[in-house]
Design a protein around this ligand. Structure first.
Ligand code: SAM
Length: 229
């Protein structure tokens, strides 16, 4: 089956939500750092680095797993996603955070004031945006809504150009999917030009610098944290 990227998320909302829970403590392979094993390591690190408790999950996905989890950890987190079905499922699964979830497009100006959040996470989302939109709108917007000293966690597929792969995560329904790949050094340069600096590597026990891993497809990802100036 072949879908436009957002139609894929509309078709597989429930399955994606289930997978997000199944994969929360697994999936990463060939990790570049011993402290990086799965999504939960990223969630822990961004909350350690953040100067406060207000956060945004930009492209929170079906069911808004991380917005809910962070709420149970005591953080005040909002979640946005371009796909209505993802937000509606999150509100249904987690009524206690329903008013924290809303539909918004990361290819457009965000519906938040400047300096609203102590941390922003944007995981596996810019792969669905053209590079020009990411550079000119998404990254400036994600940094605009951060407080001074706030932290952005950005995770994305690396490489060059656009690729189409057969995703077998969906069992018999193998799905053809298309992704925009990014040069991590180019993305970092855009963020540095926006006044951010990379959170450096701090040895074997603390995540920092440019980190890499593969997912189940498998595709190579980069993840890093930057701090606003
Ligand atoms: C691979 S999922 C990642 C979900 C979640 N961040 C995670 O790491 O589990 C990509 C998400 O990005 C959302 N998305 C794609 N394009 C978007 C856009 N332009 N604005 C907001 N969300 C978008 C999709 O609807 C989907 O929920």
């Amino acid at each position: 089956m072949k879908f436009e990227s957002l139609d894929f998320y509309r078709e597989y909302t429930l399955r994606n939500s289930e997978l997000s829970y199944e994969f929360s403590h697994s999936v990463y392979t060939d990790c570049s750092h011993p402290g990086l094993r799965y999504d939960m390591d990223l969630l822990r690190r961004v909350t350690e680095l953040a100067p406060g408790t207000r956060g945004l999950d930009a492209g929170c996905g079906a069911g808004a797993r991380d917005v809910h989890l962070l709420h149970t950890w005591g953080f005040d987190v909002s979640g946005i996603d371009a796909v209505d079905e993802n937000i509606i499922l999150g509100q249904k699964l987690h009524p206690e955070i329903a008013d924290k979830l809303e539909v918004a497009d990361l290819g457009k100006p965000l519906p938040f004031d400047d300096a609203t959040f102590d941390f922003v996470m944007c995981n596996a989302v810019i792969q669905h945006l053209p590079t020009e939109t990411t550079e000119r709108i998404t990254l400036p917007e994600l940094t605009r809504v951060l407080t001074p000293d706030g932290v952005l966690q950005l995770m994305f597929k690396i490489g060059s150009g656009v690729v189409t792969i057969l995703d077998r995560t969906y069992g018999f329904d193998s799905v053809e999917r298309t992704f925009q790949l990014y040069d991590e050094h180019m993305i970092l340069k855009v963020l540095e030009d926006l006044g951010c600096s990379l959170v450096p590597s701090a040895g074997r026990h603390e995540l920092g610098g440019l980190l890499y891993f593969n997912d189940a497809k498998p595709m190579r990802y980069c993840v890093f944290w930057v701090r606003t100036g």
